[in-house]
Design a protein around this ligand. Sequence first.
Ligand code: HXC
Length: 257
Amino acid sequence: MADDVVLAERDGAVAVARLNRPDARNALSADLMERLTGLVEEWDADGEVRCIVIAGGDEYFAAGADIKAMRDRSFQEAMTTPTAGYWPRLWSCNTPMIAAVSGYALGGGCELALLCDMIVASETAEFGQPEIRLGIIPGAGGTQRLARVLGKQRAMELVITGRRMGAAEAHAAGIVNRVTGADDWLEQALDLAGVVARRPPIAVRLAKQAVKAADETALSAGLDHERRLYELAMATEDRIEGMSAFIDKRQPDFRGR
Ligand code: HXC
């Protein structure tokens, strides 16, 4: 497996995965997904990593699944391909993940960005699920995650027509957290990741778990779940530190305990 299809970088407590198949517009080949998932799992298990950024290049976040590899795949192979397993593995990452999107995030590329916890997008970003033009439908969360964020009608249009959405529309629709200039999308994503990295890491993980539950449970079950996670946060040393620092009018020193 070629390691350079995803470049691993560290900026203090922030780990950055740079998708790097420019000749294929960062299409998500099995090699790329294997390497990306491996890196994310390695960082998720590393207590020093407090936030993960997934980025592409200036012109392409990712153009989706590798169509050249998919064309000759039989129905039976599609049913049994191990590549389907990468998505739930990425989704189960407990460390916050930020997608830094510049240029095209299409098909699986859009789904990868939607799987992240936040999206910082350059004004050049274009999101879309063009699978319908290929005779397929999104298969890594596009229909489900878009419908949850956009509502059924707007998700339906994107999925059934394959229309792309620019950064401003994606921001207005609630998919994108921040729209940046064309030159500072990565810097701004790293800034946001830096803020997350300075927060108490156990509480951050509990918060991520709690917010994710909102999409998956009924309100009363979600509220119960939130309460249990809140009680766990109350058992940490970091919350004593956070509250003491507030009362003492000083900066907190969170240790992840
Ligand atoms: C494989 C791809 C690719 C892809 C681009 N390339 N996208 N190869 N899979 N998804 C390759 C092209 O074949 C070409 O190879 C080279 O990259 C440059 O592509 P161009 O089209 O010439 O580049 P450009 O004009 O800059 O247009 C960029 C683009 C366009 C708008 C992103 O490439 C595009 O529409 N790509 C397909 C997007 C798409 O349909 N995605 C959905 C995939 S299905 P050569 O050899 O000619 O240089 C999917 C399903 C997910 O994602 C299911 C769950 C996993």
